[in-house]
Design a protein around this ligand. Structure first.
Ligand code: FES
Ligand code: FE2
Length: 343
C-alpha cells in the first residue's frame, strides 16, 4: 500500500512534531503523506497548519515568519491567518481589499500528549485515547523523534510480531533458544485491534535489570498492545513486581519510503527509581535493532495476504489482521490498494 496514494489515510490524525519544537514561535515545515505543510503556534498558544505553498508564487511559507497569530510569506510578505485566508498584501493600496479567493488550504492541528497532531482531511476517528496520560502515579518519558527509511505499516506489524524478538533482539532481551511464542489473543475492534500475550524474556545485564526492575536473569512480560489504525500503537508491558512500561509508537508517514518515528513512554515508577535517560537508553538499543532490520525490508507492504508475494506463519496473525483491516477500509471508501510499479 502506498500511503500517499490512498486519500482515506488523510482522514486520520498523526503526531508530526513535539510541542516543544513549535514553542519557539517560528514556522516549522513537515511533510505528511507526501504533502508539504507548515505549522506555527501563536503567542496565545493556538496551533495552525497550512499547506506549505504560498498562493502568490508558490514559495514555502515555512521560510517566512510568524506575526501575532499569522504567518507572513518570506518572499513578498503576503500574510495568512490560521484558516488560510490571505489577509494582507503589503504592496496593495490601503483602499484595495485582498480578493476573497486568495487563500491557502488549511488543515486541522491539535496539541495532545505533548505533540502536535495533524489531520489533512475530515477525521474519521479522534486522536487515540491513552489511559495512562495524566493518570496520577504515571510519568511521561519522551523517547524518539526521528526519520526511518521504512513504510509506516512495517513498524506497526513489527510492534505486534512476537516472533521477531528472539532473533532481532538477540543482543538485548531476545532468546534464540526459545524462538517459539505463545499464541496471542487478538480482539478486533473498529479501527484497530488489541493483542494480549505473555512471554519469558532474558534480562541480560545490569542496565536491563535496572530498567525493568528484575532480579534474576529472566522475567515475564505481560503485554497488551493496541493498534490504532493506521499507524499508532500503545503497548503496555507489565512486569511481575508491578512495574508498568507503556510505550506509544507512532509511524507518521512522511511519504511512501520514510516515516517519522515518534515514541514516548508512560511508567508508574519515578525518576528516582529509574531516570528518564536510563529508560531512553534501554529502549534506544532495542529500537535500533528493529530499525536496522526494518529499513532492509521493502517499504511497500502488500495488503493482499494470499498472493504469494510474502509468505506467512502463524505468529504473523496480528499483522495480517492489520492488512485485512486496511484493505477493508480502502474498499469501504471506494479505493483500491495502490502499489509500487515493479519493473
Ligand atoms: S510568493 Fe509568497 S508573497 Fe510572493
Ligand atoms: Fe522489536
Amino acid at each position: 500500500m502506498l500511503s500517499t496514494q490512498q486519500p482515506i489515510l488523510r482522514r486520520f490524525w498523526y503526531p508530526v512534531m513535539p510541542a516543544t519544537q513549535l514553542a519557539d514561535g517560528k514556522p516549522h515545515a513537515f511533510t505528511l503523506l507526501g504533502e508539504a505543510i507548515v505549522l506555527w503556534q501563536s503567542a496565545e498558544g493556538g496551533v495552525h497548519c497550512l499547506k506549505d505553498r504560498c498562493c502568490h508564487r508558490t514559495a514555502k511559507l515555512s521560510l517566512g515568519f510568524v506575526e501575532g497569530d499569522r504567518i507572513v510569506c518570506g518572499y513578498h510578505g503576503w500574510t495568512f491567518e490560521g484558516g488560510g485566508a490571505c489577509v494582507r498584501i503589503p504592496q496593495l493600496a490601503a483602499d484595495r481589499a485582498v480578493p476573497a479567493n486568495y487563500c491557502v488550504p488549511a488543515y486541522r492541528a491539535a496539541l495532545r500528549y505533548g505533540y502536535v497532531w495533524v489531520a489533512l482531511g475530515e477525521p474519521l476517528i479522534d486522536i487515540p485515547e491513552l489511559p495512562e496520560a495524566g493518570r496520577p502515579g504515571y510519568r511521561q518519558v519522551d523517547q524518539f523523534y526521528e526519520v526511518w527509511k521504512i513504510g509506516a505499516l512495517r513498524l506497526m506489524e513489527n510492534s505486534f510480531d512476537a516472533a521477531h524478538i528472539a532473533y532481532v533482539h538477540r543482543g538485548t532481551f531476545g532468546n534464540m533458544r526459545r524462538p517459539e511464542v505463545a499464541a496471542p489473543e487478538i480482539e478486533a475492534h473498529p479501527y484497530g485491534l488489541t493483542m494480549r500475550v505473555s512471554s519469558r524474556v532474558v534480562v541480560r545485564d545490569d542496565e536491563a535489570r535496572h530498567a525493568v526492575g528484575a532480579e534474576g536473569g529472566e522475567t515475564t512480560r505481560d503485554m497488551e498492545s493496541v493498534w490504532f489504525m493506521p499507524f499508532v500503537r500503545r503497548s503496555r508491558i507489565r512486569y511481575p513486581h508491578g512495574l508498568e512500561h507503556v510505550i506509544i509508537t507512532c509511524a507518521t508517514p512522511i511519504d511512501d519510503q520514510q516515516s517519522m518515528v515518534v515514541q514516548w513512554a508512560y511508567r508508574n515508577d519515578t525518576e528516582a527509581d529509574v531516570s528518564s535517560a536510563d529508560v531512553i537508553a534501554f529502549d534506544r538499543e532495542i529500537t535500533l535493532e528493529d530499525k536496522l532490520i526494518l529499513e532492509s525490508c521493502e517499504a511497500d507492504v502488500p495488503l493482499a495476504v494470499v498472493d504469494g508475494e510474502e509468505m506467512h506463519m502463524p505468529t504473523d496473525r496480528p499483522g495480517l489482521a492489520m492488512r485485512r483491516a486496511l484493505k477493508a477500509l480502502l474498499e469501504a471508501h471506494g479505493e483500491t490498494e495502490q502499489r509500487l510499479v515493479r519493473a
